[in-house]
Ligand binder design. Structure first.
Ligand code: AHR
Length: 503
């Protein structure tokens, strides 16, 4: 089987915002406690943060991490997480039916972000709280000093403000599962008022308003329209979430789900344009896809723990999806979709980063290791920076539930003008056939392949574990060559590949 592609230097989607490779960490299960924070762990630093986890995060070059939720934020009192640790209250978390010692709060999280070289994106609580709490939190975090909340921060050990630029106006407020859930009108008004108050403090903040919590929400895309009609001039991004599942063990349809993702993005992008033209403004609003990942393997365990209902455990193992090789393909496909839509998607966060539906897993007192999906996320984050190309793809395909013709070959490409490289991220959706791909490199100087990584496995359900951490891992590819102005390579059945060409 063969596929042909045209990659023209001047036919671009645009410059990718690096924040599209962001991540998310919530006070949920073992994401924070036993995830990034475990003071008794052999690798812990003076703040109790695990060094082995920090190293894996650093390698990913994560540009931004959203915190502290998620559903958790809708009943969170940020003040509980500041001040002397021994005086911090243990609270019940209504979202996940657990308790939280508050040993980690904004100070500890900010220090951790510094240590792994990432930027912090904070969410304010618009579920159980509102405008007043948001402005107090902002004053605490960003004001230099000389006011009640900023002086409290200084008293708590942090003289310089944290200077957080990105702020989410609540989380998934369209969801009835949310503490303080609201309808679109009610939320739109609250978000606009909160944004106005926050901008009175600092007009340069980047504010993110809640869109739909998934592409199947009943009111979508009306939710976006109504919310944006209230907030358009006051916000910079609208947040979308989507999780991917293969509950029916139907691989062809599972691997076609990124069509649904792309339609979701395109519909919301059209709604943004519609509201913009109605408002007659030059101001642009983009998409912050601040929760996405595969999530379905662990639902049973999750329900069992929550429905047990006999207590409020601290940091139980919730939503600990063990990812398999098939999920490598899915995550590669989703990242390709974000690169192809990087003109409208400026922020995206894999949800989440450690233990909870995450590329990194830990054992209490034991090792931290890379789940299978770590790799496609790593390759895109590290090598997917620059200008996204608008590729012309001619590939045989199949009819899926999500598109009449789902091409067997899915790929994206990024031209990095700074280091003179062209990177390709490719997925073969065909389960039994190899595909020869010919990529016509138009307008680029002749180049050579400098890196070629391949992921395949004889079993779609192969996983990495604490004992066998490299069952699913990339290996060096062979046979990719640039000749006569074309990059040629072969994609084995069900494979993920990353190829870099030095121009
Ligand atoms: O990431 C897990 C949960 O999924 C988040 O708390 C919530 O925002 C979403 O529904």
């Amino acid at each position: 089987m063969k596929a042909s592609v045209v990659a023209n230097k001047d036919f671009t989607v645009g410059k990718i915002d690096n924040r599209v490779y962001g991540a998310f960490l919530e006070h949920l299960g073992r994401a924070i406690y036993e995830g990034i924070y475990e003071p008794d762990h052999a690798s812990a630093d003076q703040n109790g943060m695990r060094g082995d986890v920090a190293k894996l995060v650093k390698d990913l070059n994560v540009p931004v991490v959203r915190y502290p939720g998620g559903n958790f934020v809708s009943a969170y009192n940020w003040e509980d997480g500041v001040g002397p640790r021994e005086e911090r209250p243990t609270r019940l978390d209504l979202a996940w039916h657990t308790s939280d010692s508050n040993a980690v709060g904004v100070h500890e999280f900010a220090d951790w972000c510094d240590s792994v070289g990432t930027e912090m994106m904070l969410a304010v609580n618009l579920g159980s709280r509102g405008v007043d709490d948001a402005r107090n939190f902002l004053e605490y975090v960003n004001h230099p000093g000389g006011s009640y909340w900023s002086d409290l921060r200084i008293k708590n050990g942090r003289k310089e403000p944290f200077n957080v630029k990105m702020w989410c106006l609540g989380n998934e407020m369209d969801g009835p599962w949310q503490v303080g859930h609201k309808d679109a009108d009610e939320y739109g008004k609250l978000a606009a008022n909160t944004a106005r108050a926050m901008r009175m403090f600092d007009s340069e903040l980047e504010l993110i308003v809640c869109g739909s919590s998934n592409a199947d929400m009943a009111s979508y895309p009306d939710w976006e329209r109504i919310v944006l009609e209230h907030t358009y001039e006051h916000v910079d991004h609208i947040s979308l979430h989507m999780y991917f599942a293969n509950r029916d063990k139907d691989t062809p349809n599972y691997l076609a789900l990124n069509h649904k993702l792309e339609r979701y993005i395109e519909t919301v992008a059209a709604t943004i344009k519609q509201v913009k033209s109605k408002k007659r403004t030059k101001h642009d609003v983009y998409i912050s896809f601040d929760e996405w990942n595969v999530w379905y393997h662990s639902n049973k365990q999750d329900r069992e723990i929550l429905d047990g209902g006999n207590g409020w455990p601290h940091a139980p193992g919730l939503l600990e999806d063990i990812y398999n090789f098939e999920d490598v393909l899915q995550v590669g496909l989703v990242l390709n979709s974000f690169i192809r839509h990087s003109d409208v998607v400026k922020i995206a966060c894999i949800a989440q980063l450690v233990n909870v539906i995450a590329p990194i897993m830990t054992e209490k007192g034991g090792p931290a290791w890379k789940q299978t999906i770590y790799y496609p996320y790593y390759f895109a984050s590290v090598y997917g920076r620059g200008t996204a190309l608008n590729l012309l793809v001619n590939s045989p395909g199949y009819e899926s539930n999500h598109e009449d013709n789902t091409p067997f070959v899915d790929l994206s490409s990024v031209h990095n003008e700074d280091d003179g490289t062209l990177s390709f991220f490719l997925v073969n959706r065909h389960g039994t056939e190899s595909i020869e791909v010919d990529i016509d490199l138009q307008g680029f100087a002749a180049g050579e392949v400098i890196d070629h990584q391949v992921m395949t496995h004889s079993r779609l359900d192969a996983v990495n574990t604490a004992k066998n951490q490299s069952e699913v891992a990339p290996r060096k590819g062979e046979g990719a060559k640039v000749a006569d102005g074309s990059l040629r390579l072969t994609l084995p059945p069900y494979s993920y590949q990353m190829v870099r060409v030095k121009l």
